[in-house]
Design a protein around this ligand. Structure first.
Ligand SMILES: Cc1cc2nc3c(=O)[nH]c(=O)nc-3n(C[C@H](O)[C@H](O)[C@H](O)COP(=O)(O)O)c2cc1C
Length: 342
C-alpha cells in the first residue's frame, strides 16, 4: 500500500474504472503518464478480455495501474421481473428488437480472480460488494493493494473487517452505478452527500479513503482532501476525453443542454445508477431491482437505440458535475484536477 499511497500523495487523482466502453488501455496509459493512477474496468468483460487489456497497459508503460471487478450478487427471483419484461415489450418493438434473456451471471468471477492472482496489478478494487477475507488476503499476498467501494458507513465497516487496504467512498453525486452492496431499491440507508459521507466513514475506520462523486475541479479535489480523503476518483471528468471509449453520442450528450440534468434510475440495469435524464428513464420510473438480469434484458434495446442515434433510449451515465466535463486530453484534465503541470 505504501507505494500506491506515495504516488497518490504526489498526484491525488485516480481515473475511475468505467465499464461499458469508456475505460481503455489508452486512457489508463495517459492517466499514468500524467502522474495519476489509471484503472481498467473488468465489468461486463470476460477474464480473457480483461487480461488482454492488462497486457496492453503493461506493453505501453511500466507503471502501476488498477483493475476493478464487479462482485456478483444473488440471482433475482424471475417472477419479480416479469412485469418489467412485459413493460419493455413496446420499447423493444419500436426499435425492432426483442428484449434479451434476463440471465444471471457472475461476470466470469473465478477466472478474473485467477488472472489477477497470476499477474497482480498494483491495485484491485471491487464494487457491488466486498469479497470474503480469504480472497482479499490472497490478492494481497500476490502483491496487489485491495480497495472496496462503499456507499455507507455500514459497508465501510464490513470492508474494513474483511481486510481491505483502502476504501473508495462513493457519494450519491457520482456518475453511473452506485457501488451499493445490495441492488435492492427498498434496502439501505438514505444517501448523504460525499463530504458528510467521508466524515461518517472516517468515524468507523482509519483506512485511507478515496473520494468519488462529482469531483470536477481543483477546488473539488481540495475540498475532498480537506474532508479526510487521501485522493479522489473521477469518472465523469474523463468521459469526454479523446482517450475515453465512451460512445460519441454519450460524449456529446454530456454537454447538451437539452438534457435537464441527472437522476438515479434502476430502469437500464436493475441497479441504481446516475445518468442524464432521458425518455427511457422517465418511461420506467418503477423498474425493479434485479441486476444483472435487467441489464441483459435491456441490452438489445440500448444497442438498437445507439445504432439509431436515439439518445433517449441509451444509458447516458453522468455524475452531477457533468457540465464541467471537457474534451481536453486526459493529461490536461489530470493537471487541472491536481494543480500540477500534467
Ligand atoms: C460511465 C461510468 C462507468 C463507471 N463504471 C464503473 C465501474 O466499472 N466500476 C466502478 O467501480 N465504478 C464505476 N464508475 C463509478 C466511478 O468509479 C466513480 O464512482 C464515479 O465516476 C465518481 O463520480 P463522477 O462520475 O461524478 O466522477 C463508473 C462511472 C462512470 C461515469
Amino acid at each position: 500500500m505504501a507505494d500506491v499511497l506515495q504516488r497518490l500523495a504526489r498526484c491525488p487523482v485516480v481515473v475511475a474504472p468505467m465499464a461499458g466502453g469508456p475505460s481503455t488501455a489508452g486512457l489508463v496509459l495517459a492517466a499514468s503518464a500524467a502522474g495519476a493512477l489509471g484503472f481498467l474496468a473488468a465489468g461486463y468483460k470476460t477474464a480473457a478480455a480483461m487480461r488482454a487489456e492488462m497486457d496492453a497497459v503493461r506493453a505501453g508503460r511500466d507503471a502501476p495501474f488498477g483493475v476493478n471487478v464487479f462482485v456478483p450478487g444473488p440471482p433475482t427471483d424471475r417472477a419479480a421481473l416479469d412485469g418489467y419484461l412485459a413493460e419493455l415489450g413496446p420499447d423493444a418493438a419500436a426499435l425492432g428488437v426483442a428484449p434479451g434473456q434476463p440471465e444471471w451471471s457472475d461476470d466470469d468471477w473465478d477466472a478474473k480472480l485467477a488472472a489477477l492472482l497470476a499477474r497482480p496489478p498494483a491495485v484491485v478494487s471491487f464494487t457491488f460488494g466486498c469479497p470474503e477475507p480469504g480472497i482479499i488476503a490472497a490478492l494481497q499476498a500476490a502483491g496487489s493493494v485491495v480497495w472496496a467501494t462503499v456507499t455507507t458507513p455500514g459497508e465501510a465497516a464490513i470492508a474494513a473487517s474483511r481486510g481491505a487496504d483502502g476504501l473508495c467512498v462513493q457519494g450519491p453525486e457520482a456518475g453511473a452505478h452506485r457501488g451499493t452492496f445490495t441492488a435492492d431499491r427498498h434496502a439501505g440507508t438514505p444517501a448523504v452527500p460525499l463530504r458528510r459521507l467521508l466524515a461518517d466513514v472516517a468515524a468507523v475506520t482509519s483506512l485511507p479513503l478515496i473520494a468519488a462523486g462529482a469531483v470536477m475541479s481543483r477546488q473539488d479535489v481540495t475540498s475532498a482532501l480537506a474532508a479526510g480523503a487521501v485522493a479522489v476518483q473521477c469518472g465523469t471528468a474523463f468521459l469526454r476525453c479523446p482517450e475515453s471509449g465512451a460512445h460519441p453520442l454519450h460524449k456529446a450528450a454530456l454537454a447538451d443542454t437539452q438534457f435537464p440534468g441527472t437522476a438515479v434510475t434502476w430502469a437500464f440495469t436493475g441497479r441504481p445508477a446516475r445518468g442524464l435524464v432521458n425518455r427511457f428513464m422517465l418511461d420506467h420510473p418503477d423498474a425493479p431491482s434485479g441486476y444483472p438480469e435487467v441489464h441483459f434484458a435491456t441490452r438489445p434495446l440500448r444497442a438498437a437505440a445507439a445504432a439509431a442515434g436515439d439518445t433517449g433510449g441509451m444509458n447516458l451515465w453522468a455524475g452531477e458535475g457533468h457540465r464541467a466535463a471537457t474534451t481536453r486530453p486526459a493529461a490536461e484534465v489530470v493537471a487541472l484536477l491536481s494543480g500540477g503541470d500534467g
